[in-house]
Design a protein around this ligand. Structure first.
Ligand code: UT7
Length: 321
């Protein structure tokens, strides 16, 4: 797997937020673990964050853009409704023979996309798949709503997948959804149900809305069950795992899950303090940080587990090559 990431230069700290809304650094740190997050420049859209991440991933994998067969972009903040962000990236990178599409599974999008890529490779339909997660949540947040705007940040991560020997790479994948909880985390406006109008904007329906407490409870529940399901599908036990890379939404969620799974926190990657919740991009950003910190070596079993709007959740176990 070639891995690449990109985060915008601008850092927004909790102290900065204190100047904008009624919040404080101590509350944000203790309730979420977040210290700062990155904010895209006005001219940067999702594809602009994705491209530098993808360039690094391709270089590390030793794959030329023209060799890529498929580009999947996990995002809830695409450049525009259509054409897809994946098509913009396909063009800008010069992936001349690649098919390209966006995948919508909110914060679970990267793990969903890995699973889709795995199928294309397993069937021999694709030799190389470029999976990207890129998010610019700063554009869809209500910066007056302290319950949401303190949580999210912008960033992108990319990986290049190709065939590996049996028993290596993606060992198991579990995708799940429960649309009954769709209203808990949503961006209701701007689609075909509520097209953009001045009235819609006045009501703030073009912003992210979230029932935080309910999402918290859901997250703790499905992170545990999803992890156990991925282990079962892989024929592994918890002790076989070398590292868990969870969706970086809230360090308290991660601590609850560690406790429920009886899994040591030292073997769980956490970098929510640096980037906040970057939705689909959070797992590849954490994966890249784990690699930089030397926390992953060939042969390690890594569980990646995500949850998010939909509601969706997804878990995959990768034997690192
Ligand atoms: O990728 C998927 C994403 N979403 C999530 O993972 C979110 C999951 N949920 C959460 O992480 C947490 O529910 C939050 C961090 C969103 C909120 O934490 P909480 O511990 O559930 O806080 P709360 O909503 O129960 O609020 C506690 C208090 C309230 O004041 P009162 O009613 O006790 O006086 C809030 O008004 O904290 C207040 N509060 C804040 N205070 C300072 C809420 N937001 C803030 C804030 N700064 N930003």
């Amino acid at each position: 797997m070639g891995v690449g990431t990109y985060v915008p230069e601008k850092i927004l700290t909790n102290k900065d937020l204190e100047q904008m809304i009624d919040t404080n650094d101590q509350w944000i740190r203790s309730r979420t673990g977040i210290k700062e997050r990155r904010i895209a420049a006005p001219e940067q859209a999702a594809s602009d964050l994705a491209i530098p991440a993808a360039v690094v991933a391709l270089k590390k994998a030793g794959v030329a853009p023209a060799e890529v067969d498929l580009i999947i972009v996990a995002t809830s903040t695409p450049d525009m409704c259509f054409p897809s962000t994946a098509c913009a990236i396909q063009h800008k990178l010069g992936c001349t023979k690649a098919g390209a599409f966006d995948l919508s599974a909110a914060c679970s999008g990267f793990v969903y996309a890995l699973s889709v890529a795995r199928q294309f490779i397993a069937t021999g339909t694709a030799k190389y798949v470029l999976v990207i997660a890129s998010e610019v949540f700063s554009r869809v947040l209500n910066w007056q709503d302290r319950e949401t705007c303190i949580l999210f940040g912008d960033g992108a991560g990319a990986v290049v997948l190709g065939a590996v020997a049996p028993g290596q790479g993606i060992i198991s994948a579990h995708l799940a959804a429960d649309g009954a909880g769709g209203h808990l985390l949503t961006l209701p406006g701007c689609g075909s149900r509520l097209p953009l109008t001045p009235d819609l904007m006045k009501q703030g329906l073009h912003y992210v809305t979230m029932e935080g407490k309910e999402v918290f409870k859901f997250a703790v529940r499905v992170m545990e069950t999803g992890a156990l399901k991925a282990l079962e599908l892989a024929g592994m036990e918890k002790d076989d795992l070398d590292l868990i890379i969870p969706h970086q939404a809230n360090s308290r969620i991660i601590e609850h899950v560690a406790k429920k799974l009886h899994f040591p926190l030292e073997k769980i990657m956490v970098n929510v303090d640096k980037y906040g919740n970057t939705s689909a991009a959070s797992i590849p950003l954490a994966l890249d940080d784990a690699l930089r910190q030397g926390r992953i070596k060939p042969g390690d079993n890594i569980l990646m587990i995500a949850f998010g709007g939909g509601l969706t959740w997804a878990a995959t176990i990768v034997k690192w090559v």
